[in-house]
Every structure is written in C-alpha cells, then in structure tokens.
Design a protein around this ligand. Sequence first.
Ligand SMILES: [Zn+2]
Ligand SMILES: [Zn+2]
Length: 146
Amino acid sequence: MTQFPFSNEALTAHVKWLSLEKFNRAFTHKASFNSRLRTTGGRFFPKDCHLDFNPKMAQLPEFDKIILHELTHYHLYIQKRGYHHQDAEFKQLLKAVGGLRYAPALTRPKWRYVCENCGSIYPRQRKIDPKKYRCGRCHGKLNLNQ
Ligand SMILES: [Zn+2]
Ligand SMILES: [Zn+2]
C-alpha cells in the first residue's frame, strides 16, 4: 500500500487555504493524490474541476508551488479565461502567484555537487551555496559538476 504523506482531505484543506491566501478566491472542488502521475506534479480536470497531485512530490519543498500551478489552471477555467499553458493570462497569473512553470524532476536532478576530497556525489534539485554546505562524509569542499 502506498503511504501518502497525508490524506486527500488534508490535501484538499491545504489547497483551499492556499487558494484563499494567494488567489483570494475559494477552491470549492476536490484535490486528491494519484500515484499514477509519474513526471508531472499535478493535473487539472476541466470535466469536474478536481485536481490530482503526485504523492512523490508532496515532500518536496516546491510542493506548494506545484499546487499554485494547478490552481492557476483551475481559477482561470472557472472564470472562462485562458487557462492553457500557452495562454498569456495563464503565464501572467502563474507568475503573479509564484507558481512553478514545470514540475521538478524526480529522477534527473538539476544540479550535481561533488566533494573534491572524497568524491561523494550530492544530487540536488536546487542550487546550493557551496560556502554554506560541506560534504556530509568528510566535510570536504563541494564543487558544482554539470
Ligand atoms: Zn499545467
Ligand atoms: Zn567528502
């Protein structure tokens, strides 16, 4: 059985809160986790206006920004405005609320840091400051390796 980080009810409550906080509009439909989503963070279904989210992304620090992306589709659709990725209204609103344009990669990390002392590799989704972070094994200096 897949262990979701939290229940669909808790997810929906969180989406409702983010919706009010960032869009000043109510989210009145349902959100649920869908483990069949692989590389996408979430999905909006215009047919019944519910949102699906990838449970594997729920632990990522970017998860709220993934929710904001799907809420951007949702609110524009409800208001009969341009809700597709290529629509100017979508791009503007997404930027205004600070949503993610693309879901973070789960399998291919964006950045790789290598310890110059022991060669340990640290895959990271976000850029880190090598002055602040050192190798967990030997405390050596980390270098960006693309
Ligand atoms: Zn989208
Ligand atoms: Zn090291």
